[in-house]
Structure formats: C-alpha cells, structure tokens
Design a protein around this ligand. Structure first.
Ligand SMILES: NC(=O)c1ccc[n+]([C@@H]2O[C@H](COP(=O)([O-])OP(=O)(O)OC[C@H]3O[C@@H](n4cnc5c(N)ncnc54)[C@H](O)[C@@H]3O)[C@@H](O)[C@H]2O)c1
Ligand SMILES: N[C@@H](CCO)C(=O)O
Ligand code: NA
Length: 459
C-alpha cells in the first residue's frame, strides 16, 4: 500500500471522528469509493452525466469522493456526448471483477448478463444498485443471498415506480406496520397510452411510439403493454409489503393490448376511467391462513378515486396499512432523469453505509405467505354483450349469472336494430365464478358475442 497521510476530524479527547482522504502515489485518494456503471442507455447515460455534474455535492453527502472508474457498454464506438470516452469498455465482466470497485450500478436490464455481473460484483464484496425489476422479480432470492453472504448492499429504488420513493418506505419507514394492500399504477408507458386514449381518443400504436421516443418504454415494449413490467414490479412490492417471496411467475397478468376505445367509452359511461393496475392484497385474518394475491390487469376505477387522476407517464402507489391507514406515493415513474434520481439516491445511501461499515436491510421473507390462485380473488365486473333483441333475453341472461352465484348490480340496454348491446355491472364475485358465467353466456344462441369483460376496482 502507500505511505499516505491520514487526515481527520479530531474530537477534544483526541479521537479521530472521520478520516479524510489519503493521497496515494498515483494521485488518487485511498478513501475514494470507486463506482462501475453497467449500461449507458436511457438511464445509464443520465446517471453518468449526473455523477460528473454533481460530484462535489455527492462527495459532501457521502463523506468521501465517488469516482466513476468505468462504464460497460455494448458498442464502444458510439458517440455519447458529455461522457469521457476513456471510461467506456465493452468488457463488463472485467469491470465488475475489479477488486478495487466498491459500488456497481446495473442499468443494462434483462436477466443475463445482468445477473452474472451483479453476482460477480457482490462476490468480491461490492455493493450493488440496480433498476432491474425483471431480474429482481425472477431471481431476487439469489441476489439477496449473495448480498447477505458478502455483507454488501443490494438497493433497487429505481426498479419500481421510477423516481417515487416506494421501496425505501416499504423496507424501512413502514416496516413496523402491517401492510394489507398495495395498489399501484406502476407502468408509465401504459398509463401514458391509456391516458391519451381517454383524453384525446388517440390510437394505441402512435401513442406507444411517442412513449418510446420519450424514453419510458422498455427495450422491448411488449414488456410494458403485455403487463410483464408491471407484474415484475407487483412481485417486488408484494414481497416487501408482506414479508414473503413473490416472483413474477406468481403474478396473474393481463396487459392492455385488448383494451378498446369501446371499453374506454363504457368506463366513461359509468363514471370510470381505465387504468392498468398492480394489486397486491393480504387476505383477512378472519379467513384462516393468510394468503397474498398479486395481479396486474386493466380495470375501471371511479373518476373520484385518487389513482384515477394519475395521468401521462406518472405513477402512483396507494398503500393501506393497519396503523398508518392510507398513504399515496405519486410522481414520475419512468424516463432517464427521474430514474437516475432514484439510482443516485441509492448510490449515496450504499456509499454512506460503506463509509460507516454498515449494511442496509436485506431480504425479509420470514412470513412465507402462500399465493392465492386468481380463481379465488373477488372483484366487481363490467361486461358488454351483443344479444338478440328478443323477448326473454334479459331474463335468460340474468338466470345464467344467478346459476353461477354472480349477483348483478346494474344492467343497461342499448337497442341496435334486431340486436341489442347489454352492459352488465356485477357485485363482487370470484374470478372463477365470473369466468364460468362468461363461458355459459357464450353458449347461448341469443348471445352473439361477449365483447368485453373488465374488472371494476376501487369502490
Ligand atoms: N427507462 C426507464 O424509464 C426506466 C425506469 C425504471 C427502470 N428502468 C430499468 O433500467 C434499466 C435500463 O433501462 P434503460 O431504459 O436505460 O434501457 P436502455 O435499453 O436504454 O439501456 C440499456 C443499455 O444497456 C446496454 N447493454 C446491453 N447489454 C449490455 C452488456 N452486455 N454490456 C454493457 N451494456 C449492455 C444497451 O446497449 C443499452 O444501451 C432496465 O432494467 C429498466 O427496466 C428503466
Ligand atoms: N418501461 C417502464 C419504465 C419504468 O420502470 C415504464 O414504462 O414504466
Ligand atoms: Na422508486
């Protein structure tokens, strides 16, 4: 090592309270925390820029300088204005394997090579900040175990709802409470699309392209529109909220590709708006063994509900807990700059932990709650049916609902020549009962088509 001169703050009794930088022969400071950045896309480029621009403030907040020592990219020769080209490397594995790297930021996304790179980093004791919900939701347990073994941090605020602080509130602020429900709009791209369909009557394709250009969408936007991204976030939220392990495979998932302008108009007609919701619920104590249900699907919610006013790419997470009651977390859920804010917040936190020789919270899955099957989940439903406008049709249809123990709340009929459109809103019913009702309705000659089935939430 070096013959560096330690500097520090001396207490009255002569004890050193904080050790300042030690200068090495190569001019670097021995106490500098070295940072490796993996990925330089929408989020990574913003993180790199802010790490440089805000270096002085970040140093003051951490108590030691943060030095960006390398940025792993796929193509090294692409121009990236404002970032020192000497930092780029296409050898991500060599970068994370460097023993002198203290902190690794992973913003490549996807499962591999992100998982191997994170495990290599944790393997030599580096702390990791990641925005990778897909990986955490698929194999978080392996990453948490590796972090625990290394006594290193694994932080991921950016993985759910972008800039909105929601991971830290669940892991820390609310950890003394019992959370019973988490309902969120956690995908900016789909909220942007549904909002435009609702307000401008815009088409799906054009709006998706706009969301991609604004940097909200995933590399493969199927992850957004088919609900995979929201399902990964729901798994993470449910795991943290209920102290159990929920993976993406446990989440019932439906995307927004089948939401039509007719659905949006039907929602309007009953004073609702269509949102893609992530719903995580803990069953009632009175119902026996407590289970968790986790689902992502489009739903109609009343325009008076706090989540109904969440527009554009904004996200919001509505938490209900035993002691605190209802809390709402709201803000920008996607885009390079908001996501970089969450990444840097985590970076400062893990860097501070390192300075103090501490580690933050690890995985908490002690409650080990079973995941309820979607068939047992109850909610209200909105159905649109095309039927023959003949005597007795209403009675026959009502009979089918009754046979399956699904209670009707309202029925509206719009005449259309020889046919009619029926709009039925039910009281709460199980998913299994509703599916069986729809199957039976489809078998009736007088039912031409069941054109839409959508859940009604938030009442
Ligand atoms: N964009 C957002 O709004 C947002 C918000 C929250 C979280 N996230 C998450 O952040 C992560 C990054 O998202 P993004 O929007 O920046 O994606 P992006 O596609 O813009 O960037 C990823 C970058 O990683 C690079 N890359 C791929 N494989 C690599 C490899 N082997 N080595 C080095 N670089 C490699 C790609 O070339 C690309 O430039 C993802 O996990 C995403 O889910 C994104
Ligand atoms: N594609 C995601 C990015 C934020 O995780 C979204 O649209 O919300
Ligand atoms: Na967040």
């Amino acid at each position: 090592m070096t013959s560096a001169t330690p500097t520090g703050v001396l207490r009255g009794d002569g004890a050193v309270l904080a050790t300042g930088p030690e200068t090495s022969p190569d001019g670097s400071t021995a106490t500098t925390l070295r940072v490796a950045l993996l990925g330089c896309g929408v989020v990574g480029s913003e993180v790199a820029r802010l790490l440089t621009e805000q270096a002085v403030d970040l140093q003051a907040r951490v108590g030691r300088p943060l030095e960006l020592v390398g940025i792993a990219v796929r193509r090294g020769n692409r121009p990236r204005p404002g970032i020192d080209p000497a930092l780029f490397t296409t050898d991500a594995e060599a970068l994370v394997a460097r023993a002198d790297v203290d902190l690794v930021i992973e913003v490549i996304g996807g499962i591999e090579p992100a998982r191997s790179l994170i495990l290599t980093a944790l393997g030599h004791g580096a702390s990791v900040v990641t925005a990778n919900k897909a990986l955490l939701a698929q194999d978080g347990a392996t990453l948490f175990a590796a972090a625990a073994r290394a006594e290193a941090d694994l932080y991921f605020e950016a993985a759910v709802a972008g800039a909105i602080p929601i991971i830290r509130p669940l892991r820390e602020s609310l950890v003394g409470d019992e959370i019973t429900s988490v309902i969120g709009i956690v995908n900016g791209t789909t909220n942007f699309i549904l909002d435009k369909m609702d307000t401008d009557g815009a088409g799906f394709g054009d709006t998706l392209t706009e969301a991609q250009e604004l940097g909200y969408a995933e590399a493969d936007p199927t992850a957004d529109v088919e609900g995979f991204d929201a399902a990964a976030k729901a798994a993470i939220l449910a795991s943290l909220a209920f102290h159990t392990r929920v993976t993406a495979a446990d989440v019932h998932r439906e995307g927004i590709t089948e939401v039509t302008s007719t659905d949006i108009a039907s929602a309007k007609a009953i004073g609702c708006v269509v949102k893609l919701l992530a719903i995580c619920q803990l069953s009632d104590e009175a119902e026996g063994e407590r289970t968790v249900s986790v689902r992502v699907h489009p739903a109609m919610i009343p325009r008076s509900h706090p989540l109904a006013g969440v527009g554009g790419a904004y996200n919001a997470v509505f938490v209900e807990s035993r002691s605190a009651g209802r809390l709402m977390f709201y803000g920008p859920g996607a885009g390079g700059s908001p996501t970089a804010s969450a990444v840097l917040g985590d970076l400062v936190t893990v860097a501070r932990n390192r300075v103090r020789g501490a580690v933050g919270p690890g995985e908490s899955s002690y409650a080990a709650r079973p995941v309820a099957s979607i068939g047992t989940v109850t909610t209200r439903y909105h159905l649109s049916l095309e039927v023959a406008d003949v005597a007795g049709v209403l009675a026959r249809i009502a009979q089918v609902f009754a046979q399956h123990d699904v209670s009707i709340q309202t029925v509206r009929q719009n005449g259309r020549g020889e046919d009619a459109q029926l709009v039925v809103v039910t009281h709460r019913a199980t998913d299994a009962a509703l599916s069986a009702t729809v199957a039976s309705l489809r078998e009736l000659d007088m039912v031409r088509d069941v054109t839409s089935v959508m859940r009604v939430e938030g009442e």
